[in-house]
Ligand binder design. Structure first.
Ligand SMILES: Cc1cc2nc3c(=O)[nH]c(=O)nc-3n(C[C@H](O)[C@H](O)[C@H](O)COP(=O)(O)OP(=O)(O)OC[C@H]3O[C@@H](n4cnc5c(N)ncnc54)[C@H](O)[C@@H]3O)c2cc1C
Length: 391
């Protein structure tokens, strides 16, 4: 093991052989299929659907979908290992794959038999890719204020409204949509599975973004969009609860994506410090820089262990899982960004140039502090538990 390899030395947190094999398999895929193209995809704003779909053969289309439903039946900790490893190749692609997996799990967990039978096989094989549609132009952090309407009309629902910032939108095949079928507040919200060919479903322009350019972000627009009532996922009024329970895992996954991006940046900086010279010495011979590298590795490892413990809490279904996932998401995404930004500093001016691949990681990781709930909202979730009221 070298200084920047994820450690499994603490017996209580040791990865077993199967987990190490899963992480190595995903890292191999990232090294071969993602990393060599990541800069090109970022520059061309290319969403590599073909490469993403190759992940299905490795079980990445339904990582924690149960085996009896056709999925890989792995744990959330396994999933965290996979998303971290994939993100070493491209955080934006890994993060999209996390969203797809979040939706596939939600169908398995909250769908009825017919939905599991009709929808899951194509998601697990990644013939169909999915998007998660919660945010609206007027409802981001306060997601329960969403206004998209779902009006029951005989055997159908008719959807009207606009979803904002939807990852994969326009290129994906299935949209899991949270919409208001009842009164104000979270209990008036239901969730729906909307296929891409539904009449009345439209998309905005691909947003120009700071990072995450290897996946599109668009508005999703519903104009009298009619879908059969059997496309509702879960009971009426359960949609917000369903949306939030998907996000617990989504937050662990996005934290893992930050760790992976930071891990790649750390490895690049470590190599660069052995090559670059200043004042007649290699950068790695300056103790100030050695200490910086040591702090980066230490903080990354601390965040990783914390994230693993939140993933394990999710696996065990513990009562305080939401709080632990919120804590881990904040720590992992803040630490990941800081480590990547420090790696950029160690590259000097070259870190600022696209061809070294560091600035792309920094740009990609920045948004992880914002989405799947901002890091202020993560603090809000933790604070609520501490002061015993709805802050
Ligand atoms: C590239 C990208 C991809 C995304 N993908 C998806 C997707 O696939 N699906 C989806 O549904 N959404 C997606 N989002 C949306 C994302 O989840 C939201 O942007 C995020 O939840 C914040 O909402 P907002 O942008 O409306 O910010 P706002 O809610 O307007 O917040 C603005 C600022 O105020 C702070 N704030 C708000 N309320 C409080 C409070 N009570 N206390 C303290 N601070 C507060 C926030 O933390 C933030 O700093 C994506 C966003 C981006 C940028």
């Amino acid at each position: 093991m070298n200084a920047t390899t994820p450690s499994d030395a603490t017996p209580q947190f040791a990865l077993d052989e199967a987990q190490r094999a899963i992480a190595e398999m995903a890292r191999g895929f990232a090294d071969e299929r993602l990393a060599p193209h990541a800069l090109e995809w970022d520059a061309a704003r290319h969403f590599p659907l073909d490469v993403i779909r190759e992940g299905a053969a490795l079980g990445m289309g339904g990582i924690y979908v149960r085996e009896e439903s056709g999925g890989s039946g792995l744990t959330r900790l396994d999933a965290a290992l996979i998303f971290e490893a994939l993100a070493t190749g491209c955080p934006a692609v890994s993060a999209y794959m996390s969203i797809h997996n979040m939706v596939a799990w939600m169908v398995d967990r909250f769908g009825d038999d017919a939905q599991r039978r009709d929808v899951l096989p194509a998601l697990v094989s990644m013939e169909h890719l999915a998007s998660y549609c919660l945010t609206e132009p007027g409802a981001g952090s306060d997601a329960a204020a969403l206004k998209t309407k779902a009006v029951r009309d005989g055997d159908d629902y008719v959807l009207d409204g606009v979803k904002q910032f939807i990852s994969g939108a326009g290129a994906t095949d299935l949209y899991l949509v949270m919409a208001r079928s009842g009164g104000a507040g979270p209990r008036g919200i239901s969730s729906f599975l909307v296929p891409k060919d539904a009449k009345g479903l439209g998309f905005g322009a691909n947003e120009r973004k700071m990072g995450w350019n290897a996946q599109p972000t668009r508005q999703v627009v519903f104009e009298s969009c009619r879908i059969p009532a059997r496309f509702r996922l879960g009971a009426e009024g359960e949609g917000f609860r369903i949306a939030m329970s998907g996000l617990d895992g989504g937050r662990v996954n996005i934290g893992a994506c930050s760790l992976g991006g930071a891990q790649a940046a750390l490895e690049k900086a470590q190599r660069y410090m052995g090559e670059r010279e200043a004042f007649g010495r290699r950068l790695e011979d300056f103790q100030a820089l050695q200490f910086r590298l040591a702090d980066m590795a230490t903080e990354l490892e601390a965040a990783r262990l914390f994230l693993w413990s939140a993933a394990a809490s999710l696996d065990r279904g513990e009562a305080d899982t939401t709080r632990r996932c919120a804590m881990a998401k904040r720590i992992a995404t803040d630490t990941g960004f800081e480590v990547a930004n420090n790696a950029l500093q160690l590259f000097g001016g070259y870190g600022y140039l696209a061809e070294y691949g560091i600035e792309k990681i920094v740009r990609d990781l920045r948004v992880h502090q914002i989405l799947e709930g901002t890091n202020e909202i993560m603090r809000l979730i933790v604070a609520r538990g501490l002061i015993g009221r709805n802050a």
